[in-house]
Design a protein around this ligand. Structure first.
Ligand SMILES: C[S@@+](CC[C@H](N)C(=O)[O-])C[C@H]1O[C@@H](n2cnc3c(N)ncnc32)[C@H](O)[C@@H]1O
Length: 366
């Protein structure tokens, strides 16, 4: 590509890139420190006991004081924690600044960010296998990423479902909302439901409705069943460990939903076709997937960067683990979704005018 007049010199670009990577290295260490603080219960202990020395925090968590002290000092240096003025390192007290507790610990807050960091840690741990599939083909199954990815994904989306799904997203689709409110009780199938937080949120929002959550990942369904306990909707929700593409799946569902899962599927058209079969006359399929740009643009914005990052390390490798696979990846553009919808026999796909920084909402009518 020809250089434009006035474009930066090679030296300026070199310096800019080196500086940017230096920042990325520090940002990576920030994430590692959050991961440690989350998984070892250090944030929780600090929040519960208030300002603490390394000796007190180590005693309270059963961890080794020298490591706890390094974590505290690092946390204060990067501004995640506050430290008092004590010169003596062992006497210095640390606490969470107001506001940070919500980001690190509040499971229902829309600002809760630690789960996504768990997912990033799970992805980084699989780098050797990811490089192998670059050379040999195939993929890295979702299950190989372990609990950090499964639980990180579920906990990351939980606040969105808890606060927005039943009070904002579904009510915005007026005809669907009205159907879910009335008799005879509506039936809903939530495909690729993971740990079931979306399934449970729908049942909570619509007290007459019966909701089935379906996912092919056995541990996710086991977790979904645990999440259902004590939710108050266990009598109207059932979870099933099975492939959503199975033609055996039959029903008369007024609504079928798929949250953040179409791009992960090796055969999305087969699943969409099965979803279409599940719909009762007048029923609707709602697909919620990433709000990526309409077309490839480089350089891209922060959402595009995030989605390509997850695609490279998780979603594409996961989708390619089953063969054959169409290999969608996280960056599923609206035109790709439209093609899948039409190939699956849907008459129409509409992008719904629901605002969300990360998700785009697709309505598919048979
Ligand atoms: C990124 S997770 C999303 C989980 C959940 N919907 C959420 O938003 O937290 C994608 C899920 O799709 C599931 N999945 C992928 N292909 C599937 C298929 N053919 N049938 C059922 N579930 C599938 C995976 O097991 C995984 O739990």
């Amino acid at each position: 590509m020809p250089e434009r007049p006035g474009s930066p010199t090679a030296e300026a670009r070199r310096d800019e890139l080196a500086e940017r990577l230096f920042g990325s290295i520090n940002a990576t260490f920030d994430l590692a420190a959050v991961y440690i603080g989350d998984r070892l219960g250090l944030f929780r202990a600090l929040a519960e006991t208030g300002p603490s020395t390394s000796v007190e925090l180590a005693a309270g968590t059963g961890l080794v004081e020298r490591y706890v002290r390094e974590w505290l000092e690092h946390g204060a240096v990067i501004g995640f924690l506050l430290a008092d003025e004590a010169e003596d390192a062992l006497a210095r007290r640390y606490r969470l600044p107001e506001g940070h507790e919500e980001v690190f610990l509040d499971e229902l807050s829309l600002a809760y960010t630690t789960p996504m960091i768990r997912a990033v840690a799970a992805a980084m741990r699989r780098l050797p296998e990811i490089m192998d599939v670059f050379a040999e083909g195939g993929g890295v199954p979702w299950s190989d990423y372990g609990p950090d990815l499964r639980e990180g994904q579920a906990a990351g989306n939980r606040p969105q479902f808890h606060h927005l799904l039943g009070t904002d997203w579904l009510p915005a689709i007026t005809d669907v909302h009205e159907r879910l409110m009335v008799d005879p009780p509506a039936r809903i199938a939530d495909l690729g439901c993971g740990a079931g937080w979306s399934t449970i949120a729908i049942a909570r929002a619509y007290p007459k409705a019966r909701v089935d959550g379906i996912d092919l990942d056995d541990p996710a369904i086991a977790q979904a069943r645990r999440n259902l306990e004590g939710s108050g909707v266990a009598d109207r929700v059932a979870f099933h460990a099975r492939d959503a593409a199975e033609p055996a799946l039959r029903g008369a569902f007024d609504l079928v939903t798929i949250f953040e899962a179409v791009h992960d599927m090796s055969q999305p058209v087969a699943v969409l076709r099965a979803a279409r079969e599940l719909l009762a006359p007048g029923g609707t399929l709602l697909v919620v997937d990433e709000r990526v740009a309409e077309r490839f643009t480089a350089p891209g914005d922060d959402i595009e960067r995030l989605m390509y990052g997850f695609s490279l390390l998780v979603c594409l490798t996961n989708a390619m683990a089953e063969e054959p696979s169409v290999g969608t990846g996280t960056v599923m553009r609206p035109e790709t979704m439209r093609r899948y919808a039409l190939d699956a026999g849907f008459r129409e796909m509409t992008i719904l005018p629901i605002e969300h920084p990360i998700f785009r909402f697709y309505r598919l009518d048979p």
